[in-house]
Write a protein that binds this ligand. Sequence first.
Ligand SMILES: NC(=O)c1ccc[n+]([C@@H]2O[C@H](COP(=O)([O-])OP(=O)(O)OC[C@H]3O[C@@H](n4cnc5c(N)ncnc54)[C@H](OP(=O)(O)O)[C@@H]3O)[C@@H](O)[C@H]2O)c1
Length: 327
Amino acid sequence: MTAHPKIYVAGHRGMVGSAIVRQLLVQGHPADRIVTRSHAELDLTDQAAVRAFFATERPDQVYLAAAKVGGIHANHTYPAEFIYQNLMMQANVIDAAFRHGVQKLLFLGSSCIYPKLAPQPMREDALLTGTLEPTNEPYAIAKIAGIKLCESYNRQYGQSYGVDYRSVMPTNLYGPGDNYHPENSHVIPALIRRFHEAKTNQAPSVAIWGTGTPRREFLYVDDMAAASVHIMNLPLSTYSQHTQPMLSHINVGCGHDITIRELAETIARVVGYAGDIAFDPTKPDGTPRKLMDSTRLNALGWQAQVGLETGLEKAYQDFLDNHTAQP
Ligand SMILES: NC(=O)c1ccc[n+]([C@@H]2O[C@H](COP(=O)([O-])OP(=O)(O)OC[C@H]3O[C@@H](n4cnc5c(N)ncnc54)[C@H](OP(=O)(O)O)[C@@H]3O)[C@@H](O)[C@H]2O)c1
């Protein structure tokens, strides 16, 4: 092996995967030691194709950021696709990685693995202590299976083959490469689009569902990528000190939450929208609070760097550059 491991980033065209590639390059990892395949080039649900890819490329490390992701509507409409494709992708990649001698792999999950009524902030040991949110249960079950795949390969092959597969569970992410679809996007890209359009059309007011009081946590995607590389590169002894063989995943958040009202006001300021923001309390609010406990991550020597307003400025610039019609 050369000084630089050969790294496969699965899902490199997605928001998180592209940020991981950016982060590796920023940290000086040579571009020719990063391997990628688009979905069109390699369908990760195809076991034979995945095994053939690993046999040819023989990466040393894998970041598994490929997944079928979507909002409430997509999860509700296509539950079979969400559970089947995610189970297949992660099982194929993790098993092929093992069969071809990959010792280090990082699996990306999501905060939806935790029970609907988990105590806030949500700690890693809340996993499997209660009933999941029904709307994305199939997706969450696949992600929990991904954590358990990593742990099981470590337990069976850690000693004999040096297998060291880790999992990170990010909070809500935003930033370059986000999905700005008008009907099917997360709260930050949806609000960026709506305030931008309201500014452009000189609309006097923007209506937002609910009271504005629910609290949510947000992390800039390049911070998530930096945390992922940090966790991947920790010595095994350090990682093991802070995790357990059957409770090994690590939450990745910024450690604090804000109200939807504060978020909306910040986005309006960043976008330059000066009209009213009208909350509609007749519409549902959702769960009052969702915050990750990132104590484990902080103890492992990492914390978020990018403040919300700075991150939103970068996200808005990406929206202007890539998601609006050019004059
Ligand atoms: N975004 C968030 O707020 C957030 C929060 C927490 C956790 N995460 C986690 O982070 C991970 C990545 O999310 P993301 O937001 O980056 O999603 P994304 O932007 O939709 O990217 C997903 C990537 O996976 C690829 N992919 C999907 N199905 C594939 C297949 N069958 N074969 C090969 N590639 C396939 C996609 O390729 P195509 O586009 O070509 O299909 C895309 O490049 C997921 O595990 C997600 O749970 C995201």
